[in-house]
Write a protein that binds this ligand. Structure first.
Ligand code: FPP
Length: 231
């Protein structure tokens, strides 16, 4: 089986999962954390290098305050509960997005887990938090322009590799496989630059129902695709 080096996932459908059961949306997020745990461990066991999870978008700040607060609490609880276990399993945590916008307590927990796991060589678990692809590109352009003004580069030297290195994902390979759960056919401002040649896999499964077997199915389908990169 041809294994993707980098899998990126738009974890959608928590709200619908909860509604189907007559529960509040936040119960869907809570159930979704179980899928996160299972998918992280499966990727690590399979030998996937990077797993990027879209956990909170720049647009998600428009949700009700209470839902945002609970999501941030869940993130904090998730890290508190599993960081030691992930560390023992050699998983390295990374985060992309406007992390300065996260509540202090969640950010502290995130930073301390990143610090604790920074020497690990297993799966890189890359959490996209307060992340937006367009905002990331604008931020990269601003830094690049500054470096050009400071004469670190001439404009002629800028190429795709240099530009990529200014994104939050600098140093990581582009996703080979992009998975979206719960059937919507859109990208939702996720990794706009990085997914130019990613294989797309969209499943109707809602995120809390997306488990190990579903991931293996997605990887199996990926391994049968012929990637031509436009050639
Ligand atoms: C989309 O479902 C999901 C989110 C906005 C948040 C994803 C968060 C988690 C899976 C849990 C916390 C994450 C970590 C990393 C611990 P939705 O609410 O948009 O669902 P809907 O489209 O059915 O309403």
């Amino acid at each position: 089986m041809k294994l993707p080096q980098h899998i990126a996932i738009i974890m959608d459908g928590n709200g619908r999962w909860a509604r189907k059961r007559g529960l509040p949306r936040t119960a869907g997020h809570k159930a979704g954390m179980e899928s996160v745990k299972e998918i992280v461990e499966t990727c690590n066991e399979l030998g996937v290098k990077v797993l990027t999870l879209y956990a909170f978008s720049t647009e998600n700040w428009k949700r009700p305050k209470k839902e945002i607060r609970l999501l941030m609490d869940y993130l904090k609880d998730f890290l508190a509960k599993y960081s030691n276990e992930f560390n023992k399993k050699n998983i390295k945590l990374n985060a992309i997005g406007q992390l300065e916008k996260l509540p202090q307590s969640a950010r502290n927990r995130l930073i301390s887990t990143i610090e604790m796991t920074k020497g690990n060589q297993g799966l890189i678990l890359n959490l996209a938090l307060s992340y937006g692809g367009r905002a990331e590109i604008i931020e990269a352009v601003k830094k690049l322009v500054k470096d050009v003004q400071d004469k670190k580069f001439s404009p002629e030297q800028i190429d795709e590799n240099i530009f990529s290195s200014y994104l939050h994902t600098g140093g990581l390979p582009d996703p080979d496989l992009l998975i979206r759960t719960s059937g919507e056919m859109r990208i939702s401002n996720f990794l706009l630059w990085q997914i130019s040649y990613s294989e797309l896999y969209i499943t109707n499964k809602l995120w809390p129902d997306f488990r190990q077997g579903d991931l293996v199915k997605a990887i199996n389908e990926y391994s049968q695709r012929k990637r031509r990169f436009g050639g």
